[in-house]
Design a binder for this molecule. Structure first.
Ligand code: ANZ
Length: 747
């Protein structure tokens, strides 16, 4: 059989028949979501791995009789499109469109059950209109706000980056060291949701590591605020407040440390000292991560001023050091070198006293306080290829929201892309000049665009109703489909996307759009596929595998199954092309077995089918396939019924081949839409017979599964036979002996 030919054929048939279009409001919904790809222009092996495993599961659910929604779309805004515009002189919209066309073809070659009628593209006005609408709602509630803030600034990309986009002090995209810069920025007040984001984590069926990462990112810290009186008059204020989680170590506090940005320093005459001024200027160049690095040698300056330890009245010096951050706690600490490593290193370096005393907590004059590590989400970007922030600045009315009826604020096509430290949108006069929605006088538009993580924080809602012009999605559809039944995607999104989507969902819940708080109760990550050398794939190592080459050589079914077979889905592993031929040979064996004449009906597949089903349910595709291979190896000659079962088990892994074998064995339907093989013995065990009596006389029997609710069983007991005895009578009582007997007492 020519695999490539059959694959093209079946992909065409599925598309034409709209075989996998999910039906709104049918019974047994199953919202199966995979993280949508960024429109980079190439589907790499990691995508294939993600989508293949996810599709095996989706197809299995479909065959189990679920109404499966498995949508796909494109996260289409973002920097690379704009950099392509600068580097190659192609418009970001055009670059994105070309990439999407190419990726659509690649995605179709997988043979997945994506519902193509629901494709979304976050860079289209019909989508970003609603991203802007969410911004407006947040603004209305005071949760989107502007403030001047020190920001991570990438000098190469000329844009601000969120903390999460700075990896080891460098821009996550271009590896350029990030510097600090103060500018007016838009933020979302995710900190207001910190407590709920934390406590709800306990309800989620998520990988433990991901939950832990979110917990650390939120970073709840419960401690005390302690005030130290300042002895000298060099400071304006008389007290310094510190945040500590170890108030029991107060007796051992031998000095205080202020962050270089601490306002007390800047308001006081100690700023006149050159050494202090120099130290503060040096700090400005450092990122937070550099300041916190444990390996870094401690630096600092003495202020010349002292404070009084409130418990033992000792006079202790006040220092300035960059290991204390202004954005956390109060920006001031009491240093306890005997119990804290950083304080210890600092004390050693500057010869400060180290005192080992721990006292009782109760005696401390302290105020309880909770601090969080998470900061508000910085959402404005001084770049072009994003959703314009729907805000207008008026001389009289200040910051004014664009009225909802004027959405979307369209991204203008003509702009100057060269990075210039402000948004390219500022170069389009027609775009910036507008009128104030309140007074109609001349006003200017905001020129920043939204972080693309805002786009992806709600995309799973849009799939439900991608063409709706009046709302995010119809309420009825939201109530029917959501929350998502399983979400599958990479662990690299553990904090960013997954935290933002949870936050936005909670907000949409609060304004009455979503009837739940958690969008993804069940989450699974696929592992990483490494190069054959066991290393992460990268162009520089030369170990990148292009899935298209293998698809052209062996066909998608083989690549799908090989990816499944490589190792546990949540672990991934190195790509070893040797083994791929084995899968090809295995399929040939299945073909021969199914197409050969056979009559043995003694083959009992039940226990194998049960084990394979259990493995797929747990996303253990490798062991499921291994068991399937065993089964094929043990089977030499089969009758029609067994062949049907074999084709059905083959389907999730090799859907094209399975369809082909299905028609070749005389069927007219699509096997994709057939039911997963039933396990006969299982059904017997899990069904119970209930006796139905009317006035104590046996009138019928019903068979139910033990988990059927009582009401349903009573309803089922009113069979045609039983009804005859109930007609025209008054039902006085229904006696129900759980899973044994029902007696209708009538008169
Ligand atoms: C005295 C002490 C003694 C501390 C000890 C720790 C151990 P978490 O748990 O991460 O919240 N701290 C407070 N504010 C800080 C800031 N702005 N920059 C840097 N460090 C700061 O950490 C709280 C602890 O971190 C606080 O408790 C404080 O040091 C330090 F044996 O106070 B501790």
């Amino acid at each position: 059989m020519n695999r490539l030919e059959i694959e093209k054929k079946w992909q065409g048939v599925w598309r034409e028949k709209k075989a996998f279009a999910a039906k709104d409001f049918a019974e047994n919904k199953f919202y199966h979501l995979v993280m949508f790809p960024y429109s980079s222009g190439d589907l790499h092996l990691g995508h294939w791995y993600n989508f293949t495993g996810a599709d095996v599961y989706a197809r299995y659910k479909l065959m189990q009789g679920k109404n499966v929604l498995s949508p796909i779309g494109f996260d289409a805004f973002g920097l690379p499109a704009e950099n392509a515009a600068i580097g190659r002189g192609i418009h970001p919209a055009e670059w994105t469109q070309e990439n999407i066309a190419k990726m659509t073809e690649q995605l179709q070659s997988i043979g997945a059950i994506f519902d193509w009628s629901r494709v979304i593209n976050t860079s289209k006005p019909e989508y970003y209109k609603w991203t802007q609408w969410i911004f407006l709602k947040l603004f209305e509630k005071g949760l989107a706000f502007r403030k001047k803030a020190p920001c991570n600034w990438c000098p190469k990309d000329q844009t601000v980056l969120a903390n999460e986009q700075v990896i080891e002090g460098k821009c996550e995209r271009c590896d350029t060291p990030v510097v600090q810069k103060e500018i007016e920025q838009w933020f979302f007040k995710i900190t207001d949701y910190a407590e709920r984001l934390l406590t709800n984590l306990d309800k989620l069926d998520w990988p433990e590591k991901t939950i832990l990462m979110q917990k650390n990112w939120l970073g709840k810290s419960e401690g005390s605020l302690i005030r130290f009186r300042i002895q000298d008059l060099g400071f304006k204020s008389e007290e310094i407040e510190v945040f500590t989680t170890r108030s029991d170590t107060l007796f051992g506090a031998t000095y205080l440390v202020l962050a270089p940005e601490h306002p007390l320093i800047h308001e006081s005459k100690i700023m006149n000292h050159k050494s202090i001024k120099d130290y503060i200027n040096q700090t400005r160049k450092k990122t937070e991560l550099e300041r916190l690095a444990e390996t870094k040698e401690k630096t600092g300056v003495f202020t010349g001023i002292y404070a009084i330890n409130p418990v033992n009245k000792e006079k202790i010096p006040i220092w300035i050091s960059d290991y204390v951050l202004m954005g956390y706690g109060t920006g001031a600490i009491m240093a306890v070198p005997a119990h804290d490593q950083r304080d210890f290193e600092f004390a050693k370096k500057f010869n400060l006293p180290i005192k080992q005393v721990i006292g009782p907590k109760e005696k401390i004059p302290a105020k309880k306080q909770t601090f969080w590590r998470i900061r508000d989400w910085l959402v404005s970007r001084q770049r072009y290829w994003g959703a314009p922030i729907p805000i207008i600045y008026c001389k009289t009315h200040g910051v004014v929201a664009v009225p909802e009826k004027d959405l979307p604020v369209l991204l203008p096509e003509q702009v100057d892309f060269a990075p210039q430290g402000k948004s390219p949108l500022a170069s389009n006069e027609k775009f910036i000049n507008t009128n104030c929605p309140k007074c109609g006088r001349k006003a200017k538009r905001e020129t920043d665009t939204l972080d693309t993580f805002v786009d992806s924080s709600w995309y799973f809602i849009r799939y439900l109703d991608p063409h709706n012009e009046n709302e995010l999605a119809e309420q009825k559809k939201i109530k029917y489909w959501l929350p998502v039944d399983i979400y599958i995607g990479g662990a690299e999104h553990s904090v960013l996307h997954l935290l933002y989507a949870r936050f936005i969902s909670k907000f949409l819940h609060d304004i009455g759009i979503l009837p739940f708080e958690e969008p993804f109760p069940k989450l699974r990550h696929q592992g990483t596929i490494l190069g054959s050398d066991g290393q992460k794939m990268s162009k520089s190592r030369g170990n990148v595998v292009n899935p298209d080459d293998y698809v052209k050589q062996y066909g998608a079914d083989v690549v799908r199954s090989y990816l499944c077979f490589m190792g546990p889905y949540d672990q991934g592993g190195p790509w070893n092309p040797e083994g791929i031929k084995g899968i090809d040979r295995f399929f040939q064996k299945v073909e021969r077995l199914v197409l050969a004449k056979g009559d043995d009906n003694g083959v009992n597949l039940d226990s194998k089918i049960k084990a394979i089903s259990a493995d797929i349910e747990k996303l253990h595709f490798n062991t499921a396939l291994a068991k399937f291979m065993e089964l094929i190896n043990q089977t030499k000659n089969t009758d029609k019924e067994t062949k049907e079962k074999i084709i059905k088990i083959l389907l999730p892994f090799a859907p094209h081949l399975a369809e082909e074998l299905w028609v070749k064995t005389g069927h007219k339907t699509l096997v994709s839409q057939e039911k997963w093989p039933e396990i006969k013995r299982e059904i017997k065990v899990s069904q119970t017979t209930i006796v139905v009596q009317v006035n104590g006389k046996l009138r019928d029997k019903i068979v139910v599964s033990p988990d059927t609710p009582k009401d349903k069983i009573i309803e089922m007991a009113k069979t045609e036979k039983v009804k005859k005895w109930l007609e025209g009578k008054k039902l006085l009582k229904t006696i129900y002996v759980p899973l044994r007997l029902i007696n209708f007492v009538v008169r």
